[in-house]
Design a protein around this ligand. Structure first.
Ligand code: PLP
Length: 396
């Protein structure tokens, strides 16, 4: 058996079709897209074609698509740019208020912490239920007269829970009308872009972020969708590229690759989602059956097709990962090794999972090349891995 990669939520390989689309833009069509000469204008055309593809995919207008270097940058621009833009408006009573959830990716959480620390905004971190779901009613109650931005992720990257984005979007619209001023809504769609409907009007979002490398485009290119009329102050000063929201010479090959990858998602996303859901469900059902004291983390039904996540009581996540790696299987753990101490994932803790259980977390994330044979191999190997670790663990 070849090595088995089940960490597609961390990153994906670049598809051959994407590499092919990018090829001419390294040394043939290499001009600076801001230059008026032929070389530059050929690159400009390619960038605008890619922008069109992404706008089509999101149901957005072309000028609403801003290219960045990654989701993290898009998220920073969305949050800081918006808070800065609305901060001085007299229509906002007091310091701008931002609402987000406790289970966001660090890109959102750390940006919000920065806004708090710098005194630019006050932030509410909403708790979630045991499945990692944000309750729309809780969110509604948290909205205040100075709330300017709500930011909730589409799909949680650790447990795969799909948040009720369209429902939140609708509620925010009603609240905005009631207050007679706009409350802006951002979603981090990084883990949703491949398999879920990302039509911005259906979701009711004003800002949406994602990154290329989660769906077979290269690392180092991302998108921020900015609905027309959303006030945003650039966070990078310079030559005024990307409607003066993101200065810096555009990365033509990567932008072209991103456009091609989005096109390919549009063509096969739904079909692949159905296939992956079957494989994911087999993995979940069999792991829970074959391994005692195993817990599915995240929602049993509102779950992205590519993510299956578990906690194994009495077995430590990092140890499981290393043993799996030795068996040729790449997965991921929610725990992050910080300053030498293993801290359980903030997502699992927010879902009410006790720290000692959260230490045993593992995420398998499936992708284009995942086969039933691979899933069967994991099911064959994993029970022995967990059992072996449990036997070696010191008894408390
Ligand atoms: N948001 C989510 C949900 C993610 O899964 C990730 C990547 O792991 C990011 C944001 C950040 O993506 P990038 O590192 O490409 O900026």
């Amino acid at each position: 058996m070849e090595k088995i990669y089940l960490d597609y939520a961390a990153t994906t390989p670049v598809r051959p079709e994407v590499i092919k689309a990018m090829e001419p833009y390294w040394s043939e069509i290499f001009g600076n897209p801001s230059e008026p000469h032929g070389w530059g204008q050929q690159a400009r055309v390619a960038i605008e074609e890619s922008r069109n593809k992404i706008a089509d995919f999101l149901g957005a207008k072309t000028q609403e698509i801003i290219f960045t270097s990654c989701a993290t940058e898009s998220i920073n621009l969305a949050h800081k740019g918006l808070v800065e833009a609305v901060g001085n408006r007299s229509s906002v009573a007091g310091k701008p208020h931002v609402i987000t959830s406790e289970i966001e990716h660090k890109a959102v959480l750390e940006t919000c912490r920065h806004l708090e620390k710098s005194g630019m905004a006050e932030v509410t971190y909403l708790p979630v239920d045991k499945y990692g779901l944000v309750k729309v009613k809780d969110l509604e109650k948290a909205i205040k007269s100075n709330t300017v931005l709500v930011s909730v992720m589409y799909v949680n990257n650790e447990v795969g829970t799909i948040e009720p984005i369209a429902e939140i979007g609708q509620m925010i619209k009603v609240k905005s009308q009631k207050y007679g001023r706009k409350i802006y809504f951002h979603t981090d769609a990084t883990q949703g872009i491949q398999y879920l409907d990302c039509h911005v009007d259906k979701l009711g979002v004003d800002l949406l972020s994602f990154t290329g490398h989660k769906f077979y485009a290269p690392k180092g290119v991302g998108v921020l969708y900015v609905r027309d009329g959303v006030p945003l102050i650039r966070q990078q000063d310079g030559g005024g590229q990307e409607r003066d929201l993101r200065s810096g010479t555009e990365n033509t090959p990567y932008i072209v690759g991103l456009g091609r990858a989005v096109e390919l998602v549009g063509g096969e996303g739904k079909l692949r989602a159905i296939e992956l859901t079957k494989l994911r469900d087999k993995l979940i059902k069999e792991i829970l059956k074959r391994i005692p004291d195993s817990i599915l983390t995240g929602s049993p039904d509102r779950r992205a097709p590519h993510i299956a996540s578990f906690c194994f009581k009495g077995a430590e996540g990092e140890a499981i990962l290393l043993r799996l790696d030795a068996e040729g299987i790449a997965a991921s753990s929610g725990s992050a090794c910080t300053s030498g101490s293993l801290r359980p994932s903030h997502v699992l803790l927010a879902m009410g999972i006790p720290p000692e259980v959260a230490h045993g977390s593992i995420r398998f994330s499936l992708g284009r090349k995942t086969t039933e044979e691979e899933i069967d191999y994991v099911l064959k190997v994993l029970p022995g891995v967990i059992d072996g670790i449990r036997k070696m663990a010191p008894k408390l």
